[in-house]
Design a protein around this ligand. Structure first.
Ligand code: SF4
Length: 394
């Protein structure tokens, strides 16, 4: 018997009044609602600002600033080589396997997948995508994402992973999932899943699960049991979370999240600046403030708890924020589509109201590799390949 019931209508959430349901239906017509009985059960309904409520129950603020954000803020369309298959960094390919999740995070940067009249972007047939990977020996890791790949039955997921495992140059397969958070019973009640992990997460080539805990209240007894099944089956677990206003934009809360994750064997991996996505302004924190919260949170943590990197998943690449002073914010290309750009250092003028790289004026772009030392201002001393950021945003 299923322990968890998926809920698509706000009217089926008994804690909301008919007035609230009617008001919020203006929001859900544009950005649909989704949750389930387990996750809703974690909400303290007496607290208007409960963090889990904030992550899953709509707010009228989502309609507040129509000018803010884009439908595809990281411009994934440009990296899409076939429907449902993205290839941005040479060694990494991404399959969009599902447009379903255990619920719908209000702050989702891929909410376009769920919106009415959307274009269907998910992989309908995995075989051409696998053939593409086979033909691209530079791809050594494949990220299965969506939506949530664990909304697929294990048999379907197994077929895809099995086909990828037949390709010698694919070393790492990552599964991006919020299921241990949204619905841990998807893992607890499915003995086929740990069997599949045991089969394909080998000593030489591991399966990674990229989890999505955003708040310590999500780390429940059931979530820990699901995590334990993944670990004892041989998977490697990491966590990636956006920094969200009213959820984890408090150093104590974020530190608690990192600490608890490290206790249960989930390595904090990326903390993301919330992408400027349509409807997501209520969840976004300005970049300077977000970086300060991130740094403050890490102050009193052990090394195992503070392994996260704070990044912007920008169309230009993964840009890590590494420092701040009164006048500047310092960033570095953590990943770039052209590997020659990785490590590029960016000095931008501090702007406490800015949310995204595009809101900052770049002063200097520099690079210091072993055989390539270039330091200069955007006025012209840097080489063409190193000037992409400034060229875009000056
Ligand atoms: S689980 Fe991920 S893809 Fe699904 S709604 Fe949440 S953020 Fe979006």
């Amino acid at each position: 018997m299923a322990k968890v019931r998926y809920i698509k209508n706000l009217a089926d959430v008994p804690q909301l009044s008919p007035q609230e349901v009617s008001q919020l239906s203006r929001v859900t017509r544009k950005f649909p609602f989704g949750a389930n009985s387990y996750y809703l059960g974690l909400i303290n309904w007496a607290d208007e600002n409960d963090p889990i409520r904030r992550m899953v129950i709509p707010t009228l603020e989502e309609l507040g600033d129509e000018e803010w954000g884009a439908v595809d803020p990281s411009r994934e369309a440009a990296d899409t080589v076939a429907p449902g298959l993205q290839h941005k960094y040479p060694d990494t390919a991404l399959f969009l396997l599902s447009d379903l999740c255990g619920g719908r995070c209000r702050y989702c940067f891929r909410k376009r997948l769920f919106m009415p009249h959307r274009e269907h972007e998910i992989l309908k047939d995995y075989r051409p995508a696998v053939a593409y990977i086979k033909a691209h020996p530079e791809v050594n890791n494949v990220l299965l994402t969506g939506g949530d790949p664990l909304r697929l039955a294990t048999a379907g997921l197994r077929e895809i992973i099995s086909a990828l495992r037949e390709i010698d140059h694919v070393q790492i397969i990552r599964i991006g999932t919020k299921m241990p958070v949204f619905n841990p019973f998807r893992i607890i009640d499915d003995p086929a899943l740990p069997e599949m992990i045991k089969e394909f997460s080998t000593p030489e080539k591991r399966l990674y699960f990229m989890l999505h805990f955003c708040h310590p209240n999500e780390i429940t007894r059931e979530a820990i049991a699901a995590v334990d099944i993944l670990i004892t089956s041989g998977a490697i677990l990491c966590n990636q979370n956006p920094l969200l206003r009213g959820v984890n934009d408090n150093p104590e809360v974020l530190a608690e999240l990192y600490k608890k994750l490290s206790f249960i064997g989930v390595s904090p991996y990326y903390t993301f600046q919330t992408r400027p996505t349509i409807g997501n302004k209520p969840y976004a924190v300005p970049l300077v403030r977000a970086y300060q919260v991130f740094q403050e949170a890490k102050k009193n943590l052990s090394g195992t708890a503070k392994r996260a990197t704070f990044v912007m998943s920008h169309a230009l690449g993964k840009i890590e924020v590494v420092g701040l002073d009164h006048f500047h914010i310092y960033m570095r290309y953590h990943r770039a589509p052209d590997p020659a750009d990785t490590g590029e250092f960016i000095v931008a003028r501090r702007n406490d109201g800015g949310y995204w790289l595009d809101d900052f004026v770049i002063d200097t772009v520099s690079f210091a590799g072993i055989n390539d030392t270039v330091v200069g201002s955007t006025a012209g001393a840097v080489t063409d390949s190193r000037i992409k950021v400034s060229a875009h945003y000056r």
